[in-house]
Design a protein around this ligand. Structure first.
Ligand code: NIG
Ligand code: FE
Length: 426
């Protein structure tokens, strides 16, 4: 048995050693103060204590021998570590699927016409209302698990497929339950203004009122939503209707998002800019005035190439105009059963490069640093001391490879709040 002096010394050592240290990886920090497109640290080390990053830098600058510094040394030479990926725009809780609609569209049917005839989103509303809690949860966990296998540690999940106050909260409850099961951090967004439910066909203003007066306070009181989103489109809601809801969101201190200018220039980006929304998303048909408004309002442009691809759109968002105006990009899956059945954020990031011309470093920053900014999460999205230890460890030779391949699984480890997800271990 160790003498009391030695035991005290060991206890002291235990207390002062970091929990773990990743030794030898290249770090893509996405810290804009560091050089290069990735904020790269070659042959690095990253130490974790509790759920935080407590040290990072080149191995050569470690303040001691790794074994003396940390309880556990994880050898990761030749890998790349990025921040855990963040999918900042999904509709991942829903009942059923829309395979029939997809096939009909391949045969020439139009997405907008299907929506105007009461199909599309409203078909999913019917399937979601009919689904049991267990069915909704099983589907959400399955999709979330796929995202996690691809290095995702934080996901935004929107409501919007029930359109009753209780049902919208149920969707957000399911999203949070799925997050706990799949070990993914979920942030909820209330999307009451997604489509007009049939029961309000002749009472549009009453539905907008229901969202503002009942859904927003209920989501806020339950702590299930941090942001409020709205679909501005000819066959969805007008900018004026959204403003009524945005006023209520402001009162409830919730952030704002806008589905903007996807199918037509409906003034969505301009609305987002006027209200200093966190983001405007889609943006295929945003005008130069919309781009200017977003720059003035400090909005991030969330690009959703999965929807662009699936709807076989041919009018990409004005990426160069956003660059010229200094509007940053985020990239997300838009995971949903209608316009974007995409269950891989890396695939979305790859499509943002191939279809919209993003540089891989813009696309990866859009799935990390800028996605965190969209969600108002200052504690993640970069590798830096004091931030959450949410990491993805990749078996790739350079970061571009994460987007170059579509498919495949280069993920070696996923770390959430300092804890390695053992299910994802190769
Ligand atoms: O982001 N644009 C509106 N909402 C979803 C589509 C939802 C659906 O078609 O079910 C989107 O693409
Ligand atoms: Fe969407």
């Amino acid at each position: 048995m160790a003498s009391p002096g030695v035991a005290a010394h060991l206890a002291f050592m235990t207390r002062t050693r970091w929990d773990s240290i990743w030794l030898g990886p290249n770090l893509a920090t996405f810290d804009s103060n560091l050089p290069g497109p990735w904020g790269e640290i070659a042959d690095g080390a990253l130490a974790i204590d509790g759920d935080r990053i407590v040290w990072l830098g080149p191995v050569s600058e470690l303040p001691g021998a790794p074994e003396a510094l940390a309880e556990r040394v994880r050898h990761a030479h030749g890998t790349w570590i990025t921040p855990g990926l963040i999918d900042c725009h999904t509709h991942l809780v829903h009942g059923g699927d829309r395979i029939g609609e997809w096939v009909a569209r391949l045969g020439g049917r139009d997405y907008d016409d299907i929506a105007r005839e009461g199909g599309g989103i409203m078909q999913t509303v019917g399937q979601t209302r009919a689904a049991s809690d267990e069915e909704l949860l099983a589907g959400a966990v399955s999709r979330l698990t796929d995202l996690a296998r691809d290095g995702v540690t934080t996901v935004e999940v929107k409501s919007g497929y029930d359109l009753t106050a209780a049902g919208e909260i149920r969707m957000l409850d399911v999203a949070h339950a799925a997050g706990r099961l799949a070990k993914v951090q979920v942030q909820g967004t209330l999307l009451g203004l997604h489509a007009l439910p049939a029961e309000f066909e002749h009472h549009r203003a009453d539905y907008v009122d229901l969202v503002a007066r009942e859904m927003i306070p209920a989501a806020r009181a339950r702590g299930r939503a941090r942001q409020v989103d709205a679909f501005v489109e000819g066959f969805a809601f007008s900018a004026e209707e959204c403003e009524r809801v945005f006023e209520a969101a402001r009162v409830a201190e919730l952030g704002l998002r806008v589905h903007a200018d996807q199918r037509s220039d409906s003034g969505g980006a301009a609305l987002a800019g006027r209200w200093c929304a966190a983001s405007a998303d889609h943006l295929e048909r945003t005008s130069p005035a919309g781009v200017r408004a977003m720059a003035e309002g400090g909005c991030v442009a969330v690009l959703l190439p999965g929807a662009y691809l699936t709807l076989r759109d041919d009018h990409p968002p004005p990426v160069q105009a956003f660059r010229d105006a200094g509007v940053p990009f985020a990239v997300a899956t838009d995971l949903n059963p209608g316009s974007s059945p995409v269950r891989s954020l890396r695939a979305a990031g790859s499509l943002a490069c191939s279809l919209f011309g993003l540089h891989p470093s813009e696309s990866l920053a859009g799935m990390t640093r800028e996605a965190a900014r969209v969600l108002g999460l200052a504690d993640r999205g970069r590798l830096a001391v004091g931030l959450r230890a949410d990491l993805a460890v990749w078996d790739v030779e350079r970061p571009e490879e994460l987007l170059y391949w579509i498919g495949g699984s280069p993920l070696r480890d996923r770390v959430v709040g300092g804890v390695v997800d053992e299910r994802e271990r190769a």
